[in-house]
Design a protein around this ligand. Sequence first.
Ligand code: ATP
Length: 243
Amino acid sequence: MNIPKSHPRYESLKTRELVVSGIKRGTTSLHGLTAHGRGEAFDYLLGEKTNDFAKKSIEAAAAVLLNAKHPVISVNGNTAALVPKELIILSNLLNASLEVNIFHPSKKREIKIKNHLIKNGAKNVLLPDKKYKIKFLESNRKYVNPDGILKADVVFVPLEDGDRTEALIKNGNKVITIDLNPLSRTSQKATITIVDNIVRAMPLLIKKVKQFEKYNHNELKKIIKDYNNKKILKIALKTIKKL
Ligand code: ATP
C-alpha cells in the first residue's frame, strides 16, 4: 500500500504495513495483528515517543547485554517483520545468537522467519530443537536451541508473552523485553522492561550499546545497580494516568 508521507499518521500506518507484509510473507501469524493493535493503543497513550523512563531502561538493557556471558536475541513473527535489520545489527555488536521462538507451533513459519533474517543479512539463525526444552513452560515456546537459549544467561525477548518471561526467569535467566504495555505480565516479570515502540527503541538500544562498548565492567555494573524496573513501570503508568 502506498501511504502518502503527508498523512498525519504516516509513521503508525507504515509500521502497521510492516506487520501486514509479515503476514503476507508467512513470517507473522494472524494473531500478531491483535498483539500489534494492543501495542498501538498503548503507544497512543504514551504520546508515541520515547519517554525518559524508556531511555533509562534502554541504558540498563545495553549495560546488561554488554555484561552478559552468553546473550541471546529471541525473534518472533512481529519482531522479524518490524525490525529485522536492527535485530541483526544488535546480534553482531553483542556477538549474540538470533534464535527463532514462536507461540503458535509451525516449523514452516520458523524456517520462513530464519530465511527472512538471512535475506536481511544475518549469517546464522538458530531454530528451536524439540530435543531441548526449558522448565516451567507448557507452550511451544519451551523448545530451545542447545547453542542458544538453553545456555544463555541473558535473553532479549521483545514483544513477548508473560508465561515465557516468567519461565525464563525461573530458569535463572535475566530477561530484557520491549513492551508498550506496562501492565502486561511480561512487563511486570522481566528484569528490564523498555516501555516503548520497538521501531523507536531498537535504534536507540543499538546506539547505547555502541556507546557503552567502551565502558569497563565496573561502569556497566553501576548502571545496572542503579536501575529499578518496578520504579520505571510505575512512572510509565503514571504517564498514562496523567492524560
Ligand atoms: P502478557 O502475556 O505479557 O500479559 P499479552 O498477552 O498482551 O502479554 P502478547 O499478545 O503475546 O502479549 O504480546 C504482545 C505485547 O507486545 C503486548 O503487550 C503489546 O502491547 C506489545 N507490543 C505490540 N506491538 C508492539 C510494538 N510495536 N512495540 C512494543 N510493544 C509492542
